[in-house]
Ligand binder design. Structure first.
Ligand SMILES: Cc1cc2nc3c(=O)[nH]c(=O)nc-3n(C[C@H](O)[C@H](O)[C@H](O)COP(=O)(O)O)c2cc1C
Length: 177
């Protein structure tokens, strides 16, 4: 069981779930075993050799399920290789520039500092006006963020491929092929 990777995610409207599924698919195609689960459905990290955790971003914060996962599993995460990602900015251009340097919630940074993730990525997100509630529509109108699907599958795939390469290099016997 030591080659298993967990991809845990928190989403509101499903966009981040699809990113997590894509990461899981890339890891499996690279010969690793990967489980993709909502962060609030995972309570035991024992079976997992490595963890990828991602959340949708709302008002510069992670979804509470991802924040809780990070807090509840800090010790287990600190003992494993961990990759974090935020998915949010909707627009063309570098996602970190779009968020003016924001990468990860400030409130969670002390935990991340202790976990020492291998990487903290920011991916473009997706926004469908039909799904948003009136308050959300008002917020988005004010910040003038564009609607649409800006997720960059090539970047996400490359990121997941680098994770797979790193894990396979650190334990070649964990390959399933
Ligand atoms: C009310 C609201 C606030 C948002 N705030 C942020 C934000 O602070 N930073 C950001 O990068 N994206 C923000 N977004 C964009 C979402 O993160 C983006 O739509 C994301 O892909 C949603 O993921 P989900 O479908 O998994 O819920 C916001 C979207 C809404 C509707």
């Amino acid at each position: 069981m030591d080659s298993q990777v967990l991809v845990a995610y928190a989403t509101k409207y499903g966009g981040t779930a699809e990113i997590a599924e894509r990461i899981g698919q890339v890891l499996r195609e690279a010969g690793l075993r990967a489980d993709v689960h909502p962060a609030d459905r995972v309570s035991d990290l024992t079976p997992y050799k490595a963890v990828v955790l991602g959340s949708a971003v709302y008002m510069f914060r992670w979804r509470k399920e991802a924040a809780r996962f990070l807090r509840a599993n800090e010790k287990a995460l600190a003992e494993r290789p961990v990759w974090l990602f935020s998915s949010g900015p909707t627009d063309e251009g570098d996602p970190v520039e779009l968020t003016e340097g924001w990468r990860f919630p400030k409130a969670l940074q002390p935990i991340a500092d202790r976990i020492q993730p291998r990487d903290v990525a920011v991916f473009h997100g997706v926004m469908d006006e039909k799904k948003l509630n009136p308050f959300e529509k008002w917020v988005i109108k004010n910040v003038k963020a564009p609607m649409g699907d800006f997720r960059d599958w090539d970047t996400i795939t490359a990121w997941a491929t680098a994770i797979a390469d790193g894990l396979k290099a650190s334990s070649p016997q964990s390959r399933t092929e």
